[in-house]
Design a protein around this ligand. Structure first.
Ligand code: ADP
Length: 400
């Protein structure tokens, strides 16, 4: 049995989880928040209900990692008895550029590549690197593995990843579709294939990850063929606060009317999407509630959301020989019975037929929600990126 620590290090937070592999057993998880502020907070939970909760000064990630260690081996609510129990650490890394199409053991070359890709993910890769460096300092004898959000989409063909821009923009500036949420799409498509008792080598899946960020991916015979997010996570469907696809000329039009580059960056990433459209919230629950009590803007926001997702499903279906499975995941995909209904309504012409009762009864569990006669099976699969990272880390250690 191997003990694997999974780390998702952000600029002011660290999410972590400990797994026993290959049993896929989570023995607890935690969240450290407010790193860099006067007082940080760490909360760790065990499956038996034991909680480690503490406020402490966390001036930087080094201090946060020290607290993480204390929480892990705490006599009362710890997850392990000593740090020596940990065999490997799996790190979520947002951008692997074109360098990595699979998860890899971290060495100097990998660190250099993550550094090189900071220009493509300036908000995420630096924080991921800090987590890697701290974990390497504190657990020098462990295998450290990088699992990239972009890696799964490295199988896209030039037809799917090139933009209609001058060719030198790709050669010189590395502008292309990279895609994100790769670990989630890989996990849920794999689980859906198992659920339907099929084999990845002859199954085509369209996977809808609908959380605060959202993306749709077409997976043909186990390989990502196209995905809605692009050079950055801004492209694609309408999200919680991101606009998704817009006519790029809108930016120039607004610039001519006094909006700065910074304004537009903020508006498109933080003030648009469902928040901008509904005018009340980026949270799907609030919007569904307001729409149900007659709020017109919210009703329209829900229609835009579902329409855009259907558009991608249709486009991806048109580029695959057939679609065997449509899978929903993420906070909205897993929980919103109504949104799944809204999206699937009108997909009947593609042979994707929802069973309303199964959809309602399934709620947020893993299961099949399509009609028996639907050509495409529709599934709900709760995502588990941490487990996928633990699996990748275990496989690398096991193969050494
Ligand atoms: P993140 O991308 O931050 O991980 P999540 O995957 O947790 O986000 O998804 C958050 C979204 O899921 C929010 O818009 C939230 O409203 C929505 N959500 C969660 N539960 C429900 C529910 N029962 N019904 C509708 N939407 C839900």
């Amino acid at each position: 049995m191997h003990t694997i620590l999974v780390i998702n290090c952000g600029s002011s937070s660290i999410k972590y989880e400990v797994y026993r592999m290959p049993d896929r057993e989570s023995i607890g998880k935690g969240l450290i928040e407010r790193i860099g502020q006067d007082m940080g907070h760490i909360c760790q939970k065990r499956p038996d209900g034991k909680v480690y909760d503490s406020n402490a000064p966390m001036p930087d990630h080094k201090a946060a990692m020290e607290h993480l260690k204390s929480a892990l081996i705490d006599g009362e609510a710890g997850l392990i008895s000593s740090m020596a129990e940990i065999h490997g650490v799996g790190h979520r890394v947002v951008h692997g550029g074109e360098e990595y199409s699979t998860s890899v053991t971290i060495d100097d070359k990998v660190i250099a590549a993550i550094e090189k890709n900071i220009e493509l993910a300036p908000l995420h890769n630096p924080a991921n690197l800090i987590g890697i460096r701290e974990a390497m300092n504190q657990l020098p004898d462990c295998t450290q593995v990088a699992v990239f959000d972009t890696a799964f989409h490295q199988t896209l063909s030039p037809a799917a990843y090139l933009y209609g821009l001058p060719r030198e923009f790709y050669d010189k500036y590395r502008i292309r579709r990279y895609g994100f949420h790769g670990t989630s799409h890989r996990y849920v498509s794999g689980e859906a294939i198992k659920l339907m008792k099929r084999h990845p080598s002859n199954t085509n899946v369209i996977s809808c990850h609908l959380g605060n960020g959202a993306s749709i991916t077409a997976i043909a015979n186990g390989k990502s063929m196209d995905t809605s997010m692009g050079f950055t996570p801004l492209e694609g469907v309408v999200m919680g606060t991101r606009s998704g696809d817009i006519d790029p000329q809108i930016l120039f039009y607004l610039m001519e009317r006094g909006f700065s580059k910074e304004d537009l960056n903020r508006i498109l990433n933080k003030e648009s999407g469902m928040l901008g459209l509904s005018g009340i919230s980026n949270d799907m629950r609030d919007i569904e509630e307001a729409a149900a009590s007659g709020n017109k803007q919210c009703r329209e926001a829900l229609d835009v959301y579902a329409y855009r997702i259907r558009k991608y499903i249709g486009a991806f279906a048109a580029n695959m020989v057939r679609t065997d499975i449509l899978v929903f995941t993420g906070g909205i995909g897993e929980n919103s019975v109504k949104m799944r209904e809204r999206i699937c309504h009108r997909l009947e012409s593609l042979g994707i037929i929802l069973d309303d009762e199964r959809n309602r009864e399934n709620g947020n569990r893993q299961g099949v929600i399509s009609a028996d006669y639907s050509k495409t099976a529709i599934c709900v699969v709760p995502t588990n990126e941490e487990l996928q990272i633990a699996r990748d880390t275990y496989e690398i250690i096991d193969g050494m």
